[in-house]
Ligand binder design. Structure first.
Ligand SMILES: [Zn+2]
Length: 508
């Protein structure tokens, strides 16, 4: 007996951009005036496949769902998965093959939670427990289309601000995680139009809107996936360009962590569920850049890309990477080196008193080869030039040193008096405060260097300063002081014993 015709649903509401499938079904239920969740599930997924709606973020058995749609419906499984579920975000950093198996699980049904497949279950980065929304989007929807709907964007972990309205997203009262939950619409029972007060520094919003741009890109573009090895190699290449990895691809992890922590305020990292505990040998950032197969949250990939100053689009449009490489010394027959050295010495001998750049002109190709392959020897034998001496004399190092010293002193003062969580005083934070690069470290700036080395804070004093700050801050706000709360306020995670002792000593 062919019963299909009778079981099909007659219509499906118009689907909005970025709307979750859960939301479409909720609106369908409301329009039909269906009371029973079971009847609805029977309608859409057949009752024996109840898993279809178990997950708000990753619905399953979409093939059954699509086959029950009215014949006029052009909605395809692919369209649902890529435009109306969280699939594009959570599979963004998975290989094509793995993404494909997630896709099939959503299409045909998997029986278990897809959250496990995409690594959400074991991840330290949790998705929210409630469906989230922007109060201004909600208000505008009501005014413009007479109803509102659940969007995907606010459900992304780390999505703090609505990119359109630049206000904080809020939790609704619809629980995502409870699979017995019913289908609820965005309306006055679940949401409201009140905008939350934003107490974050303005910088947080800017950082987060940048993050949201990358998230939106993942939702809008159907990217061709890269495997993890490619992505890690991509990171190594970019770190190498920034001097945070060696030519061979060894990552200078301490420097990387320092740079990362000076890019992101630790309170922001806390909001993004990604605090980097420098005390911990196995903090996430260390593990993140290591080439192992461990699952990494897409949130952290985006954080890391943003830190590198790279859009997610650039990652996907990159065709090839180098990653780690063995630097082989060019094997040149020995006589060749000797021959070249001889020639170079001859040039020097025949041209007494000329500058290095003139020598370079005279022995063009030879100079390049020696400079690249035999640099040490080159430095040893090639005379320093008059030209350079003259230049050097122009710079009055003592005077410059005085000036730099003043800069450094006022920078330190500014860092110490800055609002918010204390920043550690190090050569690089001082340089950053002044806005200068590494030349500031010049060997001839004697007093400046001495001063910087004197004021550089060791980690112990820095911790104490953070703790004192946290305590003062809490007293100001009339909070109750407990060791644990101080620890969190100062930005150290909860489990650190050494810190506890320092706090106790500080309070005593
Ligand atoms: Zn909005």
């Amino acid at each position: 007996m062919d019963g299909r015709g009778r079981e099909m649903i007659n219509f499906l509401p118009l689907i909005y951009e970025d709307e979750l499938l859960f939301s479409v079904i909720s609106r369908y239920k409301q329009i039909c005036g269906m009371e029973s969740k079971r009847a609805l599930e029977m309608d859409l997924f057949k009752i024996y496949k109840r898993m279809g709606r178990k997950s708000v973020l990753f619905p399953q058995y979409l093939d059954t769902f699509v086959s029950n749609l009215p014949p006029t419906s052009k909605l395809s499984i692919k369209e649902i998965i890529t435009n109306h579920t969280m699939y594009p975000f959570y599979t963004a950093m998975l290989s094509e093959q793995k993404s494909q198996s997630v896709f099939i699980a959503m299409e045909k049904g998997y029986g278990k939670c897809i959250e496990n497949m995409v690594g959400m279950a074991g991840s330290k980065v949790k998705s929210t427990n409630y469906l989230r929304y922007c109060p201004k989007c909600y208000k505008e929807d009501l005014e413009e289309i007479g109803e509102s709907y659940w969007r995907r964007l606010p459900q992304v972990p780390g999505a703090l601000y609505c990119p359109t309205h630049k206000v904080l997203y809020k939790d609704s009262n619809v629980v995502i995680t409870d699979c017995r939950n019913d289908f609820y619409c965005v309306d006055e029972d679940t949401c409201n139009t009140e905008v939350m007060m934003d107490t974050n520094p303005n910088q947080f919003m800017l950082l987060n809107l940048r993050y949201m741009e990358n998230v939106s890109y993942l939702f809008k573009q159907h990217v061709i996936k890269k495997d993890l090895t490619f992505i890690i190699n991509f990171y190594i290449d970019r770190l190498r360009e920034r001097g945070l990895a060696s030519k061979g691809g060894k990552i200078y992890i301490e420097r990387l962590i320092e740079a990362f922590l000076s890019y992101y305020p630790s309170d922001y990292l806390e909001l993004m569920q990604s605090v980097v505990d420098i005390e911990k040998e196995a903090n996430w950032l260390r593990l993140f850049v290591r080439n192992n197969n461990k699952n990494r949250s897409p949130l952290r990939h985006l954080l890391f890309l943003q830190f590198l100053g790279i859009t997610v689009e650039e990652l996907y449009s990159t065709k090839s990477t180098t990653g780690k490489q063995t630097i082989l010394l060019k094997r040149t027959p020995l006589f060749d080196v000797e021959e070249r050295r001889k020639q170079w010495l001859m040039i020097i001998e025949k041209n007494p008193g000329v500058s290095r750049s003139q020598l370079k002109q005279i022995g063009k190709g030879l100079h390049t080869w020696i400079y690249v392959n035999d640099r040490e020897w080159y430095e040893e034998v090639t005379p320093r030039t008059r030209e350079r001496k003259q230049k050097a004399e122009i710079i009055d190092w003592e005077k410059r040193d005085e000036g730099c010293l003043e800069f450094a002193k006022s920078a330190v003062e500014r860092i110490l008096n800055a609002e918010g969580k204390p920043i550690r005083i190090t050569p690089s934070t001082i340089r950053r405060e002044i806005g200068v690069s590494r030349w500031f470290n010049h060997a001839k700036l004697l007093k400046t260097r001495q001063y910087i080395s004197d004021v550089t804070e060791d980690i112990e004093s820095y911790r104490v300063r953070k703790i004192v700050w946290a305590i003062e801050e809490m007293i100001k706000q009339g909070e109750k002081l407990t060791v644990y709360k101080i620890q969190l306020k100062a930005g150290f995670g909860g489990g650190n014993k050494g810190i506890k002792d320092i706090i106790i000593k500080t309070i005593m």
